[in-house]
Design a protein around this ligand. Structure first.
Ligand code: FAD
Length: 283
């Protein structure tokens, strides 16, 4: 099993083990056994924000795509959803039930768990919308492998980060607003068009590689250094969105890392700004 088959970058070798537990008790057993053996455990969502080493990843990788981790239900405007559910399916459910508020997630190719860990969202005309704003509570496995419900007051969300990354996220409740399904559908299409216009979906990629610095855009900084189209091996800076690195021809993880290093160095020299990496690098 190669991680390149489970990441949107289409890069990545084998994990130490790759497991897809069927339910929570099996998941807990896997985590317990791995920890007893001193093995690192990593949770994989849709793999849309990950660069995995093609020589392999020294960890037990767990993918929560079994049916048990993809449930969805609503009680009025509260939606309860499993961590393994793709965001696209959560949004389709919201259209069907006439629930509004999450439409800005349209086009983000992640799962609910990955989106919560990363506090996925969008910046629109200086307004920042992120999944953390919608959360009521989250069900997790804590460090001791115990089930725990974290209420909103215990949750901390920042720009593309949260205090949930240290847990195994199992599911969450979101508070949305009742609206006509037609209204929700048209808002979804609006956000999807915005994303399609701005982002580069022509080649495999992992979305924005670097975080935007305070009051600036990483894409603008990279573009201003003339790096659009810069290529190392099979990895190329997108000509459409300079903060996207594309896998245009069997890129290795090294190709991407070398390109990232060059981008960081060039931006630092020209703008005196140190770009921080957004994507997660798995070795
Ligand atoms: C074309 C494209 C466009 C994108 N556009 C956007 C955008 O507009 N806005 C945005 O914010 N992001 C965007 N992204 C990045 C990415 O889709 C998001 O960060 C997404 O939320 C990641 O979800 P995932 O399920 O793929 O997580 P993964 O990439 O699989 O994992 C990301 C991190 O979350 C952790 N994680 C995943 N699931 C769990 C879990 N159940 N419990 C604990 N930790 C977990 C992983 O261990 C890892 O550290 C884009 C990516 C692509 C490829």
């Amino acid at each position: 099993m190669l991680l390149k088959d489970f990441t949107t970058f289409k890069i990545g070798g084998p994990a130490k083990s790759f497991l897809r537990p069927a339910d929570i008790s099996r998941l807990r057993r896997v985590i317990k056994n791995s920890r007893e053996r001193g093995e690192k455990v990593l949770v994989l969502g849709a793999g849309s924000n990950i660069l995995a080493d093609d020589r392999g990843v020294d960890a037990v990788v767990i993918k929560l795509d079994a049916k048990c981790f993809q449930g969805i239900n609503n009680y009025g405007e509260i939606v309860e959803v499993g961590a393994g559910k793709p965001l696209s399916q959560l949004l389709a459910y919201c259209v069907q039930k006439g629930l509004s508020g999450a439409e800005f997630l349209a086009g983000i190719p992640g799962t609910v768990g990955g989106a919560l860990a990363m506090n996925a969202g969008i910046s629109l005309n200086k307004r920042k919308l992120a999944i953390g704003d919608l959360v009521e509570r989250v069900l997790v496995l804590d460090y001791n492998n115990n089930l725990k419900v974290l209420e909103r007051a215990k949750l901390k969300f920042g720009y593309r980060q949260s205090n949930l990354a240290k847990y195994v996220i199992l599911g969450a409740s979101f508070k949305l607003f009742p609206r006509e399904p037609g209204f929700v559908k048209s808002k979804l299409s609006e956000y999807l068009s915005l994303r399609k216009a701005a982002q580069d979906w022509a080649w495999p990629n992992a979305g924005c590689v670097f975080k935007n610095p305070e009051n600036d855009s990483a894409g603008r900084l990279i573009d201003s250094c003339g790096l659009k189209g810069r290529r190392i091996g099979g990895a190329q800076v997108s000509r459409k969105h300079a903060n996207f690195i594309l896998n245009v021809e069997h890129a290795s993880s090294r190709d991407v890392l070398v390109l990232m290093r060059e981008i960081k160095k060039t931006v630092k020299i020209k703008h005196k700004i140190i770009l921080k990496t957004e994507i997660k690098i798995w070795k």
